[in-house]
Design a protein around this ligand. Sequence first.
Ligand SMILES: Nc1ncnc2c1ncn2[C@@H]1O[C@H](COP(=O)(O)OP(=O)(O)OP(=O)(O)O)[C@@H](O)[C@H]1O
Length: 238
Amino acid sequence: MALLQLRDLNKHFGGLHVTNSVNLVLEQGEIHCLIGPNGAGKSTLFRLILGEHHPGSGQIWFADEDITALKSFARIRRGLSVKFQVPGVFKSLSVRQNLEIALQSRLHGAALDKEIEGLLAFLNLEAEQAQLAGNLSHGQKQWLEIGMAISLKPRLLLLDEPTAGMSPEETHLTGEMVRRLNAAGMTVLAIEHDMAFVRQVAQRVTVLHLGQVFAQGSIDEIVADERVAAIYLGQAHA
Ligand SMILES: Nc1ncnc2c1ncn2[C@@H]1O[C@H](COP(=O)(O)OP(=O)(O)OP(=O)(O)O)[C@@H](O)[C@H]1O
């Protein structure tokens, strides 16, 4: 079953056609990675899905409902969640308090404490729970934000370069987290440049180039595609 469908989506910024007739189907239960050179339009596509940008034309369907005209909060209420690239944690609050804030609309009392314990263990942040979030390492901040993004138990989790700036070990641990979330039923769409991460998690990969879907397939098919290699030539991320 399709969880998310982008139908002929278009977005212009002035004369720039940043999202160009994009059609993309995300199956319920898959981990899908979105790759492409800088400026390909990946972040813009996320903002369209979340409702921070609105398309000039085209439709966005989520769980058999047309959500194109809905505001972000209404999309979040239906089960969408996003972790953007820049950590949005509350730096002057502890790790535990950050999770409390994310969870408190859903849980209280003993149930809240139990959920926080589970999340801390999942995020490898048990020992850091009393630390100020601002004092965490870069990787730990990213994990805390993943924790906040999954606190409402979304059906679809959008991750914008979740491993940017991480060591290979941290990247691998992040991949394991994503796989565990997926095994528990969460559908994931991740923008990612790190091909080791893409190989670790992705069941399907979509390549975006100049705002268009350029290629789609398994990681092996994408890596073997000479057309894909060609569009990365001269790019620092290749
Ligand atoms: N709000 C905006 N106003 C004008 N132009 C924008 C805006 N947001 C993005 N763009 C332009 O749209 C194009 C696509 O940007 P986008 O950030 O979506 O690409 P990306 O694939 O996410 O790139 P990167 O990998 O560098 O993050 C770029 O040329 C960018 O300058």
